[in-house]
Every structure is written in structure tokens, then in C-alpha cells.
Design a protein around this ligand. Structure first.
Ligand SMILES: [Zn+2]
Ligand SMILES: [Zn+2]
Length: 122
């Protein structure tokens, strides 16, 4: 297994800069869970390979594209890397931008890939 050492100087407080809106984000959420996406615009960065489970050297920007709801009722944000198209899912944090979350959740309902009139004839 290859470990790629990034020459990244971290202070006591682990922060990262959002690749999309430039916000400085604390890597630990209020409830002490690790967060990997920006609470403001929900963008992330491709640093973990979902398939291989290890570190990724892609570092592409990951755009939030959808919401998935687990059996437990927890919401996950689905991110897609704009560079390599890798998909990842990450738990929603309590301080994530709820407007963006709701917008992503209802987007498929607003743009169904089939005519809604079909329901009228059932
Ligand atoms: Zn952001
Ligand atoms: Zn990538």
C-alpha cells in the first residue's frame, strides 16, 4: 500500500479551504464528527478513493449532486468528482446548508424523466 505524504502543515485545529467558495472549514463538525465537505456550499475535495478505500491523489473538486436517504433515515450527500467522475457518499452534518440540501432533494421531483400526466390516468 502506498502512502503519499502530502507536505501539508496542519495546525492544532484541522481546517481546509473550500475548493468552491473559499470558506475556511473546520474538519471537525460541532458534534465531533469528521467533516469533508463545506457546510456553506457542500462542495468537497477528492482525497479518498471510494473504491479502493485509500488516499487518492486526484484532489479534484467534488460537487454535491444528490441526496440519498439510508434505511436509518440518515441523509447522505452524493458527491461527484469534476475531474475523474468518481462518486462518493458522505453523511450530512448538522450545520450543513439546509437550503442546498432541500434543493438537491427535490430536484428529481421537479425534473422527472417521464411525463407526469401518466399519473393522471392511473
Ligand atoms: Zn464552500
Ligand atoms: Zn477525482
Amino acid at each position: 500500500m502506498s502512502s503519499n505524504n502530502t507536505s501539508h502543515h496542519t495546525l492544532n485545529i484541522d481546517t481546509f479551504t473550500c475548493a468552491w467558495c473559499g470558506l475556511t472549514v473546520s474538519a471537525t463538525a460541532g458534534d465531533h464528527t469528521r467533516r469533508n465537505h463545506c457546510p456553506s456550499c457542500l462542495h468537497s475535495r477528492h482525497v479518498l478513493d471510494h473504491v479502493e478505500g485509500g488516499a487518492s491523489d486526484c484532489h479534484g473538486r467534488m460537487a454535491p449532486i444528490a441526496i440519498a436517504v439510508l434505511r436509518t433515515g440518515d441523509w447522505m450527500v452524493i458527491h461527484r468528482c469534476v475531474r475523474c467522475d468518481e462518486l462518493t457518499s458522505n453523511p450530512v452534518c448538522g450545520d450543513d446548508n439546509q437550503l442546498i440540501l432541500m434543493r438537491m432533494a427535490v430536484r428529481p421531483l421537479a425534473q422527472p424523466p417521464f411525463p407526469l400526466e401518466a399519473f393522471g390516468t392511473l
